[in-house]
Design a protein around this ligand. Structure first.
Ligand SMILES: [Mn+2]
Length: 320
């Protein structure tokens, strides 16, 4: 298990560290990218040699963060994972660092404790929210660029401050970031008000697969790997469709199944307050947050659905 650190200890370790490599999770989202980018700029500002790496390409829409990606030009001596709840989320080739992560900064209560040390706040809406507290304690000045990076993490993990993980603290941090120069209108437009054509196409296909269970309390959409490949949709865009089934009136549990290139099914579960998504996924070897969790299921689509539905039934019975 990881040694659990307080902010002061994390700061002293970061200040001592040299040749720092920051690791994001695969299928990177706004929080892992924004958090890595913000930490990158802060450490760079302290004169450190630092770079970011990720198994998947960082989507072009995030170019405004000006991330310095790792090009092999230094030998990493201090490795920090941001927003990565478990080593299975590194993907290749980043997984080569999995057993030598010095510090993990994260907000997933399910974090398995794979790093030597950990700064974890399971109450934080995003890793970016936790990082803001770290930077505040470090007394670093939040530039507009850093504010944009942190805002991106905060806004994306909360669905633009709409999800149940959003707290007063989340808004207070957002307010500080706005004061520091975060460009709300530009960022919200990039993050929430535009969709690629391939995203729309995959939504159309996903909606054709829609089915209801338990008198409409559960909705499932599913995509085969052929459908995903045909649209050429980016991983992040694909991630976005996981909110679709939960949006339907009367649906308490929304499930999205995406077949992976290996054939297994990546499952995303989104629930209304009162139904525990993490619990549903935990029984299937996954985990996550109360209202948003995931797991991976091997076998056929029908078997995957059957396994999920029996867990959903249990969760619905428990709550209602
Ligand atoms: Mn996150």
């Amino acid at each position: 298990m990881s040694e659990i650190l307080d902010l002061v200890t994390v700061i002293s370790r970061l200040l001592k560290a040299e040749n720092i490599l920051l690791l994001c999770h695969k299928n990177p989202d706004g929080d892992t990218i924004g958090s890595a980018a913000a930490l990158y700029h802060v450490l760079k500002g302290l004169g450190k040699t630092v770079a970011v790496t990720c198994s998947d390409e960082i989507p072009a829409r995030y170019d405004y963060m000006e991330i310095g990606m790792y090009d092999g030009s230094f030998e990493p001596r201090y490795i920090v994972a941001v927003d990565v709840a478990g080593i299975q989320l590194f993907g290749d080739p980043v997984s080569q660092y999995a057993d030598r992560v010095d510090l993990c900064i994260d907000h997933h209560p399910s974090n398995g404790g794979y790093a030597d040390a950990m700064l974890l706040d399971g109450e934080a809406a995003a890793t970016a929210e936790l990082l803001y507290s770290l930077f505040e304690s470090m007394d670093v000045s939040i530039t507009p660029l850093i504010a944009n990076c942190l805002y991106t993490g905060l806004a994306t993990d909360t669905g633009c401050f709409k999800f149940a993980n959003t707290t007063a603290k989340t808004h207070l941090v957002a307010a500080r970031l706005i004061e520091a120069g975060a460009d709300l209108v530009k960022l919200n437009n990039i993050l929430f008000e535009s969709k690629s054509r391939s995203r729309l196409e995959i939504e159309r296909i996903a909606l054709e697969s829609l089915e209801y269970h338990f008198d409409g309390a559960c909705a499932i959409i599913s995509l085969t790997k052929e459908q995903i490949e045909r649209t050429g949709v980016e991983p992040l865009d694909l991630e976005g469709i996981t909110s679709l089934p939960r949006m339907i009136e009367g649906v308490r549990v929304g499930i999205t199944l995406r077949q992976q290139p290996t054939g297994s099914y990546k499952v995303s579960v989104r629930t209304e307050v009162g139904v525990d998504a993490a619990q549903i996924c935990a029984h299937l070897g996954g985990g996550g947050h109360k209202q948003a969790a995931g797991c991976e299921i091997l076998g056929s689509m029908e078997n995957a659905k059957a396994a999920l539905l029996s867990e959903v039934e249990r969760a619905l019975c428990k709550e209602s």
